[in-house]
Design a protein around this ligand. Structure first.
Ligand SMILES: Nc1ncnc2c1ncn2[C@@H]1O[C@H](COP(=O)(O)OP(=O)(O)OP(=O)(O)O)[C@@H](O)[C@H]1O
Ligand SMILES: [Mg+2]
Length: 214
């Protein structure tokens, strides 16, 4: 899927956070959103993922204007196509690791629903093997991010919105996450990553520097 921001502006209160920002995120490509802390990387990522409305400009999906998608259409986009790997939220702490991946619950709470083989495969790929019955709230910050990645793999999402995926990871898990994101793009997925990490930036095909004019 081709996701574009065209000339978008976002204001919070009187402050201009993004001012006429344009970026084109292509399928099969990893696009890095880069810039200093506070420059608006997360804000841009959220706008592209329809999590945050824009004040001006457009968001396009495969060339179609989706800026004013209503709630139902936005939800369908999230459910069918998108996966979010964001810092500090998106994981349901009170639910099991398995539920957070499959998003399906069983009548018997301890049982696992959904495609078990795929669940196990996605956990194994993200270094969370045998953790399916644990409470997600007991995972560390880096483990939660990998859990969100396991969910994206399980769902076979078309577009990944990823915020600072390697910030809280050690070297080997950093390599793991970079490799998994590359594999996503290789299979034709659109990967959009906000990052400071130079290794992550090196792995991306396109680098978008947030404009400094505010
Ligand atoms: N909900 C909000 N209310 C007020 N200000 C906000 C809000 N969200 C973001 N901002 C401001 O917008 C600016 C851009 O924030 P954003 O999180 O997009 O930056 P960033 O480039 O992702 O930074 P970092 O590298 O530190 O994650 C910041 O100055 C921030 O204070
Ligand atoms: Mg940020």
């Amino acid at each position: 899927m081709l996701i574009e921001a065209q000339n978008i502006s976002v204001k919070i209160g009187k402050r201009s956070i993004l001012n006429g920002e344009s970026v084109c995120c292509k399928p099969g490509i990893m696009t890095a959103l880069v810039g200093p802390s506070g420059s608006g990387k997360t804000t841009l990522l959220h706008c592209l993922g329809l999590l945050l409305p824009v004040d001006n400009g457009s968001i396009l999906l495969n060339g179609n204007d989706i800026t004013n998608y209503r709630t139902v259409a936005r939800r369908r986009f999230w459910q069918e196509h998108a996966a979010f790997i964001l810092q500090d939220y998106g994981i349901m702490d009170e639910e099991s690791v398995a539920f957070n991946v499959t998003m399906q619950s069983s009548i018997i709470r301890k049982h696992i629903s959904g495609n078990k083989a795929l669940l196990m495969q996605s956990l194994e790929q993200t270094g969370l093997k045998d953790r399916e019955k644990e409470l997600a709230g007991h995972l560390s910050g880096g483990e939660k991010q990998r859990l969100a990645l396991a969910r994206a793999i399980y769902k076979d999402a078309n577009v990944l919105f990823v915020d600072e995926p390697t910030a809280s990871l050690d070297e080997s898990n950093r390599q793991l996450v970079i490799r998994l994101l590359k594999e996503f793009a290789k299979r034709g997925g659109t990967v959009i990553v906000s990052t400071h990490d130079s290794e992550m930036i090196d792995a991306c095909h396109t680098i978008h520097q947030i404009s400094s004019k505010k």
